[in-house]
Design a protein around this ligand. Structure first.
Ligand SMILES: [Zn+2]
Length: 334
């Protein structure tokens, strides 16, 4: 999962500034075909009071097949459920792919499930990984996850069909989604053996001390910053403090704005941390191996969502012509 954080500070929901203790997660989908996670920032970072937007709405994050964009602090009260779930639930939207339309209400018209399967699986995976991260951070589990339409049945959300108007087209439902989160939670061990140098992490909310017997973690260290792991060994050996294996957090990254500066330089028990972005996600460019019949346009369409983006691939790979050949490895823009 590749997570970006950029708060919608212009949205009235953000400026309302109310906090919640997250007790659950509500999954939504956008019902706006083809608008991806990063694009929602300019659409929704607007003030209703100032007449810039005609809806009072804001969610914590948008998820697509490539990225997750967080637009509100997770413990900020969002405006996503149209009901009491706003007081308890983190809400995120899964972006729906291009290539179909809506006619009456929540009926997808011209939705080709076979064609959309690849997009759906990738977006599903990102949604699962986001839920895993949030469950670890707030001590939740798969049973704390519901979708908007389930929230309506429980009387804590408005009457919307998402995501159950969409998931079944791919043979899935909220039970299979919860099952996938459960499995991923079980597979990601509590002692976070997968944390490595370069990973961006944050503290679980329940954490009191850096490691057993150490000083307390200040609130700003937990709330305002992500931290980058800069060291995992000392003289070639794992570092154990208070009986727990620790990593050094040597750089900090401001959650609001992304500025990276000198860090807290403190050893912290791995089990107290949640990986926000793993370094493998942050490798600057993905690559693509050219298949028989591919053109730059087709690759841009398939991999970047729009054929018109093909000059970006050309430039990135210093291609002087449009000629490509099967087996050629191309770097892809972000
Ligand atoms: Zn919804």
């Amino acid at each position: 999962m590749k997570l970006f954080t950029k708060y919608m500070t212009r949205n009235d929901c953000y400026t309302a500034g109310r906090k919640i203790t997250p007790k659950g997660i509500m999954v939504h989908s956008t019902a706006v075909p083809g608008v991806m996670a990063a694009e929602w920032f300019s659409r929704w970072n607007k003030s209703y009071k100032a007449g810039e937007i005609n809806r009072q709405v804001c969610v914590h994050a948008f998820v697509d097949d490539k990225e997750v964009w967080q637009y509100l602090p997770w413990d900020h009260r969002g405006w996503h459920a149209g009901g009491a779930a706003n007081n308890t639930h983190i809400g995120f939207e899964i972006c729906e792919p291009a290539g179909f339309s809506y006619k009456s209400g929540s009926v997808m018209v011209g939705y080709d499930a076979a064609k959309q399967e690849d997009y759906f699986r990738k977006a599903w995976q990102n949604a699962v990984e986001l839920c895993v991260m949030l469950c670890k951070k707030y001590g939740l589990n798969e049973n704390d996850i519901i979708c908007h339409s389930e929230g309506y049945k429980l009387g804590i959300a408005s009457n919307h069909a998402d995501v159950m108007h969409w998931f079944p087209k791919h043979g899935e439902n909220m039970d299979t989604f919860r099952k996938a989160v459960k499995k991923a939670l079980e597979n990601s061990t509590d002692n976070n053996t997968d944390i490595g140098i370069g990973d961006m992490v944050e503290f679980k909310v329940s954490v009191k001390n850096y490691y057993p017997g150490s000083v307390e973690v200040p609130t700003w260290v937990k709330n305002d910053y992500y931290h980058r792991v800069t060291q995992t060994l000392y003289k070639g050996k794992p570092v154990i403090k208070g009986g727990k294996e620790c990593v050094l957090l040597g750089k900090k990254v401001k959650k609001s704005g992304g500025l990276e500066v000198a860090g807290i330089n403190t050893w912290v028990a791995k089990e107290n941390l949640v990986i926000v972005n793993s370094i493998t996600d942050n490798k600057s460019n993905r690559t693509y191996t050219v298949q028989k019949g591919d053109t730059l346009w087709r690759i841009a369409e398939k991999e970047l969502g729009r054929g018109t983006r093909y000059p970006e691939i050309k430039k990135l790979n210093s291609l002087t012509t449009d000629t490509i050949y099967p087996g050629q490895v191309l770097k892809l823009p972000k």
